[in-house]
Write a protein that binds this ligand. Structure first.
Ligand code: HEM
Length: 199
C-alpha cells in the first residue's frame, strides 16, 4: 500500500483523535515497517490494517464506521492530487463511470508500484449504476466512505447499498443526484441511512 495512503490515515487519525494520536497508534502496533511512512514508499497493506485494528481498540470504535470516516475525510486530498483527471467529470455519476478507466488506470501509470482497487461500473439509468469492486483487501466500508466523500465534494446526495460480497470483492448499487430517493424499480432501493450530502 502506498505511503500516501498511510499519510492520509495519519492525517485523519490526528485530526479526529488529537495531534499525537497516529504516533501513539504506531507505537502500540506490531508493524512490519520499522522506518517512518513516507508518501512515495510502498508498505505492506497488513500494516495499514493493523493500524486500523489498533485504532478500533484504542478509540473504542467499530471498524466499518472508522473506515467510512477515513474514506470520507480522505477523498478531497485524493481528488486534489489529480486535478486534471477530474476535468469533465462534473458529478459523482460521471466520476464513478470513469473511476477505473481514467483515474485508477492513470494512478497505476504514474506509479507502477501503486495497486489501487479495480472497479467496473454498469450504468442502469441517469444517476444509477452498479459499482463492482475487486480487491485483495475487502475494504467495503472504505469504498462507502469515498462515496460519502464524493457527495461532499460535488455537493449532491449519493446513496449506496452493498449488494453482494464474495471474499474481498463486492458490488454496490449507487444512486446520485436526483436519482437518490427515487422509488425502487430496478436492482433495488438505496438504504436511506447511507445517503450522504454536504450539510
Ligand atoms: C479521485 C481520485 C482518486 C485517486 C487519485 C485515487 C487513488 C488511489 C490510490 C493512490 C490508492 C492506493 C494504491 C496503493 O496503495 O497501492 C487507491 C486505493 C483505493 N481506492 Fe482510489 N483513488 C481515487 C478515487 C477513488 C474512489 C472514488 C473510490 C471508490 C468509490 C476509490 C477506491 C479505492 C479503494 C477502496 C482503495 C484501496 C485499495 C483496495 O481496496 O484494494 N478510489 N486509490
Amino acid at each position: 500500500m502506498k505511503g500516501s495512503i498511510f499519510k492520509l490515515l495519519a492525517d485523519f487519525v490526528d485530526q479526529t483523535y488529537g495531534p499525537d494520536a497516529f504516533e501513539d497508534l504506531v507505537d502500540a502496533t506490531d508493524l512490519e515497517t520499522a522506518e517512518p511512512f513516507v508518501g512515495p514508499g510502498n508498505y505492506p497493506a497488513s500494516d495499514l490494517l493493523a493500524l486500523v485494528d489498533t485504532a478500533v481498540t484504542t478509540h473504542e470504535v467499530e471498524v466499518e464506521p472508522l473506515l467510512r470516516a477515513f474514506g470520507r475525510h480522505s477523498f478531497p486530498a485524493l481528488a486534489r492530487s489529480v486535478p486534471t483527471l477530474l476535468e469533465g467529470l462534473d458529478d459523482p455519476h460521471s466520476l464513478l463511470l470513469n473511476l477505473e478507466t481514467v483515474i485508477h488506470t492513470e494512478v497505476r501509470k504514474l506509479d507502477p508500484e501503486a495497486s489501487p482497487a479495480r472497479f467496473s461500473a454498469v450504468e442502469h439509468g441517469p444517476g444509477v449504476l452498479t459499482l463492482n469492486y475487486e480487491s485483495d483487501f475487502g475494504l467495503f466500508a472504505l469504498v462507502e466512505g469515498f462515496l460519502d466523500g464524493l457527495a461532499d465534494w460535488y455537493g449532491v446526495p449519493v446513496g449506496y447499498e452493498r449488494r453482494s460480497t464474495a471474499g474481498t470483492s463486492g458490488s454496490f448499487l449507487v444512486r446520485s443526484g436526483d436519482a437518490v430517493g427515487a422509488s425502487a424499480t430496478g436492482p433495488g432501493q438505496v438504504a436511506t441511512e447511507s445517503v450522504s450530502a454536504r450539510a
